[in-house]
Ligand binder design. Structure first.
Ligand code: CIZ
Length: 315
């Protein structure tokens, strides 16, 4: 985020110093999602997608995990680390997609399809994970679905990702839920086509939460982790990035000389941007807002996350 005024820059530097001091004092680790503000990514120990962060959360040696992201991500860290204090800097930082399905609705869907396995995207509540056989992220959704013996797969809550998985795993019958990401859905086919016209040399990388008509225009459909990999390995030096705007910061930093363009000015997740340096300092200093999951739900939700990690990493 741009800081126009001199005093803003000074204030930001003071907060960053304070956060680093608190982090040491409290033996905390800061995890930040790829969609976080630039200055939050700068103070993070690890920046990544939800799969990388979920995995990192099982490996860190810290008393406190300060999770700069949205609630379902902090919940996953807490589910995997019951002995650690997991803090979410802003308690209102939620995910509208995760709220589009409830455990009651999922139970009713499962009752209608008793032979189906249930896969939930990580963008879901702990209760929904507890009702599911396995979780997945946009990095491993196809692999997870393919690993299951069932032909029928209930896939919740993101319809676009589920539809994309269906195209890749045509041997399966995917039962979709009509959830959507309020940020990715805003990228229109017209905007994507316009960006391609304006940058004819660029590769268009689109996130699978985008609309199917946008995905059809993409050179590559991939998760945020996939975008980092693709941009680094590619000989091309211009890319249109069809996902949340926070991605550009690290993409530019890690790929000097390469250019990255957003196809729409609407690719901003308001929930991700709620986390500011001020909130991180406040949260660490006062040890709020702790994310805790009731033990029964936690144990059941952990099974679906563990299964995902086992399928992806073999452990
Ligand atoms: O899995 C995640 O972290 C999300 C929300 C997107 C992505 O592709 O990384």
């Amino acid at each position: 985020m741009p800081y126009g005024k001199k005093e803003d820059k000074k204030y930001r530097e003071e907060l960053q110093k304070k956060i680093l001091r608190l982090k040491k004092q409290k033996n905390a680790v800061i995890l930040a999602h790829n969609y976080q503000r630039d200055e939050i990514q700068d103070i993070a120990d690890i920046t990544g997608d939800s799969l990388q962060l979920a995995r990192a959360a099982t490996e860190v040696n810290a008393d406190i995990i300060e999770f700069c992201g949205v609630r379902f991500m902090a919940e996953s860290a807490s589910i995997l680390n019951p002995d650690k204090k997991v803090l979410l800097p802003v308690k209102e930082a939620g995910c509208p997609l995760a709220d589009m399905i409830t455990p009651e609705k999922l139970r009713s869907l499962k009752a209608q399809h008793p032979d189906a396995a249930c896969v939930c995207y990580v963008n879901s509540s702990a209760e929904v994970k507890a009702e599911s056989d396995v979780a997945c992220t946009s990095s491993n959704a196809i692999e997870v679905v393919r690993s299951l013996p069932n032909k029928q797969i209930i896939f919740v809550p993101d319809e676009n990702l589920g539809r994309y998985v269906q195209l890749q795993a045509s041997e399966k019958e995917i039962i979709l839920w009509r959830g959507f990401c309020a940020t990715h859905i805003r990228l229109s086919e017209e905007e994507a086509a316009r960006a391609k016209k304006e940058h004819p040399q660029a590769k268009f990388l689109a996130h699978p939460e985008c609309r199917p008509e946008v995905l059809k225009l993409a050179d590559e459909v991939c998760s945020t982790a996939g975008m980092f990999k693709y941009a680094k390995a590619s000989e091309v030096d211009e890319f249109i990035i069809g996902t949340e705007s926070g991605m550009l910061y690290r993409l530019e930093k890690e790929n000097p000389g390469k250019k990255f363009f957003l196809p729409s000015e609407h690719l901003i997740c308001a929930n991700m941007k709620l986390t500011t340096l001020g909130w991180v300092a406040y949260s660490l200093e006062n040890e709020v807002h702790e994310i805790m999951v009731g033990e029964d739900i936690r144990v059941r939700a952990k099974k679906s996350l563990d299964k995902m990690l086992e399928i992806t990493y073999g452990k």
